[in-house]
Design a protein around this ligand. Structure first.
Ligand SMILES: [Zn+2]
Length: 351
């Protein structure tokens, strides 16, 4: 098995769906509706098994991205907090400045009021002191100038204060948003870590599938129709094993082993074969009593597309075939088990 090549295909397969049921080669999805639940579970388990490595690789890649994102967002939140601290400090300074300017204006207004009162007092003085009145009026003019200047200064201070409040508000919002984003990023990392921790292994899923393979046969056989089959590189198999079978053929090819074979056959063909293969009778004689072992019609897994008589390079497999060695090492990964008495016969139960 060339793991590197296999990985690339796994990623491509996983990209189709990470959670769903196996896509069936060349099969309309709707046809799956008739398939019993256990067969669906079987095909889903095999799909998960065959994409487990790709799923894990994708989760790890996602985790790396999410961790980088979290780091970035943590830095952003830190910067936002700093900016906010600085804006609050500035706001405090500007607020204090505004209060001081306001106090100064009030004192200038009091001074102006005093100066105006002085003019009024002087104007009532008899005898009239024109020089003193003129002095008092100049004092009013001077106090007015100071008051106006301070009024202008207060306007400026108020503008600065509004601006500082706006900046402080914006930086506070930025902190809240940055912290929320960092929190989301943390949760995403945790979620992916949990998914990695709880992800099933290829072998685990394959073992679960193998454990229900006999139930699949029991449930598929009574409801089987030809519409439940599909062709994989010219080999007709049940749709529920099509994905795994195709992957097995592809992966074997990557290892330099060309697999093909005869999968589904009709009951009529099974009856023909019982005669061709010299079974003592069509309906009752055991498979082993035929010249070439041939199951009693209605009992063969070929009749429901769940067995394949494997050939390689046009030749039926023998125990000496390179393809047999490959199948022995790898077929279980794809849910295929050998019938010990027939090197070429591989099915989901070994029957
Ligand atoms: Zn067979």
């Amino acid at each position: 098995m060339k793991k590197r090549n296999r990985g690339i295909r796994l990623v491509a397969a996983a990209a189709m769906t990470l959670t769903g049921v196996a896509p069936m080669a060349g099969a309309p999805v709707a046809a799956q509706a008739a398939v019993p639940g256990v067969a669906k579970s079987y095909s889903s388990l095999m799909y998960r098994s065959l994409t487990a490595d790709a799923t894990m690789a994708k989760l790890r890649a996602t985790l790396i991205e999410q961790q980088a994102d979290l780091k970035k967002r943590t830095v952003t939140a830190g910067k936002a907090q700093k900016a906010s601290d600085s804006a609050q400090k500035k706001l405090a300074t500007v607020t204090a400045g505004h209060s001081a300017v306001h106090e100064k204006l009030k004192s200038a207004e009091r001074a102006l009021s005093d100066a105006k009162n002085a003019v009024a007092r002087q104007s009532k003085q008899r005898p009239r002191n024109n020089a003193a009145i003129a002095r008092a009026k100049r004092a009013v003019a001077a106090a007015t100038t100071v008051r106006d200047a301070r009024r202008t200064r207060l306007h400026q201070a108020a503008t600065e204060l509004r601006a500082a409040k706006k900046v402080a508000g914006a930086t506070t919002s930025a902190v809240i948003n940055a912290l929320a984003a960092a929190d989301r990023a943390t949760r995403a990392v945790t979620q992916t870590q949990n998914r990695i921790a709880t992800a099933g292994t290829a072998a685990g899923y394959a073992a679960q599938a193998a454990a229900i393979s006999r139930s699949v046969v029991d449930e598929v056989r009574p409801v089987f129709t030809v519409a439940d089959t599909t062709s994989v590189y010219g080999t007709t198999v049940h749709k529920n094993v099509a994905f795994a079978f195709k992957r097995m053929v592809d992966d074997a090819r990557a290892d330099g082993v060309v697999l093909s074979g005869g999968g589904f056959r009709t009951k009529e063909r099974q009856i023909e074969l019982r005669t061709i293969n010299g079974c003592p009778d069509v309906w009752t004689a055991p498979a082993s009593s035929c010249r070439v072992p041939t199951a009693i019609p209605g009992r063969s897994l070929h009749e429901i597309g769940l067995a394949v008589d494997v050939t390689s390079g046009g030749r039926t497999l023998t125990r000496k075939s390179k393809a047999f060695a490959w199948m022995t090492a790898h077929a279980a990964e794809y849910g295929f088990v050998n019938l010990p008495s027939e090197a070429w016969h591989w099915s989901i139960t070994g029957g």
